[in-house]
Design a protein around this ligand. Structure first.
Ligand code: G16
Length: 554
């Protein structure tokens, strides 16, 4: 560790600026094109707006890190300088600026800092003309709740000045410690603390035995993104998985020109590998910032909703949950598969709006131990973010405990609980006014009985509103649910993470207790086509958007 010290007050500048009108955080922070963030004062304005939204006693210490995408390093240097000028006393930064999203959450909790800043646009592509993002996590390690993001947005609309310490850039290449004025700046290993956390959650000696005896094997695709170093440390060095288990494990600032989204469309090579003789017992991928995961078996894909339900079913074999689950939660559009397991276990299952921040209070209050979303996110009470590597360790533990294949685990699960046939149709790059008109049309349907004339299978059309059971804050207009006979659903909402135009998401869930639907090779798109056709009719998708088919189906 090296150490430098210099006076700070002489270097502080108060920079005049103008507000930008587009800094409203979405589902997960502010996401824009890199070129937008590169505008003069743009990032600085937003960072100052964050700090101005925090009470003084929450502006003491800060973790800073990102997924390494283009503009990560520059952004970190700007944030360091603004944090110094705003009186922060301790800054902890990942080496090379790298920290996965769950690793930031873990560091905040382990080091007990006031909060953290995460730089990522998640699964969106990176590079000079692609996407960048920033979000604030609170002292529990949880994404800022809506009340705080609203305050940040309000500040961003009236900001006239930000404060910045004019110092040399901090060298992020080596783990080091610097003292500048009253502030300690620590550049820390990106993986170590997170690896310690995983050691606390799982039985590493048992899992290594599984790899040594070939009971376990893995194909993990890091998608040229942040999880490469984490996977190398945990799966290869600590668990003894073969080095060839890792694919695309060197982080690149443009993700090698690919789309680091762990799903059937963007992790095609992994899917192909899992469909051949090279298949490992478990196939998995994670996204740009390491919070999402996709789970595959030999020749089988596990929907994120089913993954949550299966982890819930087997939770007690995971050391983290040996004492049993307090409860579980899923976002509203996530399938009801986990609800059926929760009912069987006699525990509560909460239904929240889309966005990991809505799980924060439930986890903090110990009402839930496990939660997940259809958008390839699963997480536990060890951090306050979804966690891709952790989900892989959950599945390895379940495979080892049961001695079954992924296919067999799913077959057994569906036999007992029925199956939610599930997929999501995304309609991308719609003009925002057209998308809003479509949602207005659906809102109007909720307020009338006009849906009675659309199809006799519809039992209700509702706009989803959530009252947080802990702080009683209310979040309205969180998507439209079309309830159908037998518990099936069609859901519509606009994405809050896109960076150009609007994306309409149509989620289809067909609940089946017909054993013919338990075939893992079933074509889900075909099996849910009647629901899709009804969805087009209910929302008048083609009329409002001009689109006859979805841009992507996952
Ligand atoms: C973020 C949020 C998730 C949300 C997902 C999709 O994930 O953390 O809670 O489910 O976006 O949101 P939307 O449907 O609004 O696009 P990530 O991985 O992008 O940070």
């Amino acid at each position: 560790m090296s150490s430098t010290s210099s006076a700070l007050s002489d270097c502080i500048r108060h920079i005049d600026t103008q507000p930008f009108d587009d800094q409203k955080p979405g589902t997960s922070g502010l996401r824009k094109k890199v070129t937008v963030f590169q505008q003069k004062h743009y990032l600085a304005n937003f960072v100052q707006s964050i700090f101005d939204a925090l009470p003084e006693n929450e502006r003491i210490s800060l973790v800073i890190g990102g997924d390494g995408r283009f503009f990560n390093q520059e952004a970190i240097q700007i944030i360091i300088k603004i944090a110094l000028a705003n009186g922060y006393q301790k800054l902890v930064i990942g080496q090379h600026g790298y920290l996965s999203t769950p690793a930031v959450s873990n560091l905040i909790r382990t080091l007990n800092t006031s909060g953290g800043i995460i730089l990522s646009a998640s699964h969106n592509p990176g590079g000079p003309t692609e996407d960048f993002g920033i979000k604030y996590n609170n002292h529990a390690g949880s994404p800022a709740p809506e009340a705080l993001t609203e305050k940040i947005f309000t500040n961003s609309k009236s900001i006239s000045q930000y404060h910045l310490a004019e110092i040399d850039d901090i060298d992020l290449t080596l783990c080091s410690s610097h003292t500048i004025g009253n502030c300690e700046i620590i550049v820390t290993d990106s993986v170590d603390e997170y690896a310690n956390c995983m050691q606390r959650c799982f039985d590493f000696s048992q899992l290594s035995n599984g790899f040594a005896t070939e009971q376990l094997s893995l194909n993990f695709d890091a998608m040229h993104a942040i999880t490469g170093p984490y996977a190398q440390c945990l799966f290869v060095e600590q668990l003894g998985a073969n080095k060839s288990s890792l694919h695309n494990a060197t982080p690149q600032d443009d993700f090698a020109g690919t789309h680091p989204d762990p799903n059937l469309s963007h992790a095609k090579n992994l899917v192909a590998m899992q469909n051949t003789a090279e298949a490992a017992k478990l196939g998995a991928a994670s996204d740009g910032d390491g919070d999402r995961n996709m789970i595959l078996g030999e020749g089988v894909f596990v929907t994120p909703s089913d993954s949550l339900a299966v982890i819930t079913e087997y939770a007690e074999v995971i050391p983290q949950f040996h004492a049993g689950l307090r409860g579980v939660a899923r976002s509203m559009p996530t399938s009801t598969a986990v609800d059926r397991v929760a009912k069987h276990l006699g525990i509560n299952c909460y239904e929240t709006p889309t966005g990991w921040k809505f799980f924060g209070n439930l986890l903090d209050e110990d009402r839930i131990s496990l939660c997940g979303e259809e958008s390839f996110g699963t997480g536990g009470n060890h951090v306050r973010e979804k966690d891709g590597i952790w989900a892989v360790l959950c599945w390895l533990t379940i495979l080892q405990h049961t001695g079954l294949s992924v296919k067999e685990i799913l077959a057994k699960h569906w036999q007992q609980f029925g199956r939610s046939l599930y997929c999501r149709h995304d309609f991308e790059a719609i003009a925002t006014d057209k998308a809003n008109q479509l949602m207005d049309h659906l809102q109007a349907l909720c307020q009338s009985n006009a849906w009675l004339d659309i199809d006799s299978s519809i039992t209700a059309v509702q706009s989803f509103s959530y009252e947080d059971p802990v702080d009683h804050s209310v979040s309205s207009n969180q998507g439209i649910q079309v309830h159908l006979q037998g518990g099936s659903r069609i859901i519509f909402r606009l994405s809050g993470t896109g960076t150009s135009g609007a994306t309409l998401r149509m989620y289809l869930e067909k609940v089946s207790t017909n054993s013919q639907d338990y075939n893992p090779e079933l074509d889900i798109i075909a099996a849910t086509s009647a629901l899709a056709e009804l969805g087009y009719r209910v929302a008048n998708i083609t009329k409002f958007t001009g689109m006859k088919e979805a841009s992507v189906i996952t």
